[in-house]
Ligand binder design. Structure first.
Ligand SMILES: [Zn+2]
Length: 298
């Protein structure tokens, strides 16, 4: 049972169109309930049969989810940094607790943090004048969120899409601040073709590495060059393409991964977040992913 490959998501799920109206009020600072939207995302994931679900990140785009609630951040068209970034109060805990209340006991929940480097690169800095200092303050703030989440989720996934462009020489340190002494498993997700930065990624202290193996199969070859301690979350359906991969196609891809990585593959997932896909497409991709997981786990 320990070797079961679990099907899961990276984090985000399509946003219902009627959420847009709610968002306008929310963006203007009104207190609104997102329960309906979390509920539909979680129920789709549960109905698709996933082993590990998320809250769907339906509340906000993945930068503002965090910057909206951190001290020192001002939300305009983009987030502006106007003072020292500090943790204020739990950011995603309420959504995670609600998501947990919706899922059956045999399902797991992943918390999702947008990584400190990605946050630092996505904001307009009007205060620090030093990208590294800003990234480190985001890391310390996210550490507080990870400490709050660890008792309520089964895994914490750190989403660092900006690592696909470059990993700064302090990238390992940033992630280590968050993952050190966290009691639940941790995962790092980095998008794109990460072939050229594999050696740096493998230095990062997380339990699981998650990459877009479906859209960028070159990553298979890059990984083959190294021995490494982390487990693998295999991206097995595309997040940037509405074509629904067949069960046979996903199976073939997964077997290729298993031939290379063996028991290091512990999760099967979409390549990336599914926010930009139509809901029925996202759902069908997850369903086919689950069918492959069931076949492999026998
Ligand atoms: Zn991604």
């Amino acid at each position: 049972m320990n070797n079961k490959i679990k099907t899961c998501v990276i984090g985000s799920y399509p946003v219902l169109t009627d959420a847009m109206e709610l968002m306008n009020g929310y963006f203007n600072g009104e207190e609104v309930s997102w329960d309906k939207y979390i509920q539909y995302a979680v129920s789709d994931m549960v109905n698709a049969g996933l082993d590990i679900v998320s809250d769907g990140q339906t509340r906000d785009p993945f930068i503002q989810i965090f910057t909206r609630k951190l001290k020192g951040c001002r939300i305009r068209a983009r987030t502006e940094i106007v003072d020292k970034v500090e943790y204020n109060a739990p950011i995603t805990l309420k959504d995670q607790k609600y998501a947990k209340s919706l899922i059956p006991d045999d399902k797991e929940l992943t918390g999702v943090l947008t990584g400190p480097y990605t946050l630092s690169k996505s904001c307009i800095d009007l205060y620090y004048n030093d990208e590294k200092d800003l990234a480190f303050d985001f890391a310390h703030a996210l550490k507080q969120e990870a400490k709050v989440l660890q008792k309520h989720v089964d895994m914490i996934s750190i989403d660092e899409p900006f690592f696909s462009n470059e990993i700064p020489d302090y990238g390992k340190e940033l992630i280590e601040i968050i993952t050190k002494d966290i009691s639940c498993p941790t995962r790092l997700h980095a998008c794109g073709n990460v072939s050229d930065i594999i050696s740096e990624l493998l230095e990062i202290p997380v339990d699981i590495l998650s990459h877009e193996f479906k859209a960028s199969p070159q990553i298979f070859d890059a990984f083959k060059e190294y021995a490494f301690p982390q487990k693998i979350c295999l991206g097995a359906v595309r997040s940037d393409d509405t074509r629904v991969e067949s069960v046979e196609e996903i199976m073939e891809h997964t077997k290729k991964g298993m031939d290379i990585f063996g028991e290091k593959i512990v999760q099967l997932a979409p390549d990336c977040g599914q926010r930009l896909l139509p809901r029925d497409v996202a759902f069908q991709k997850l369903k086919n992913l689950v069918k492959v997981g069931e076949k492999i786990n026998g």
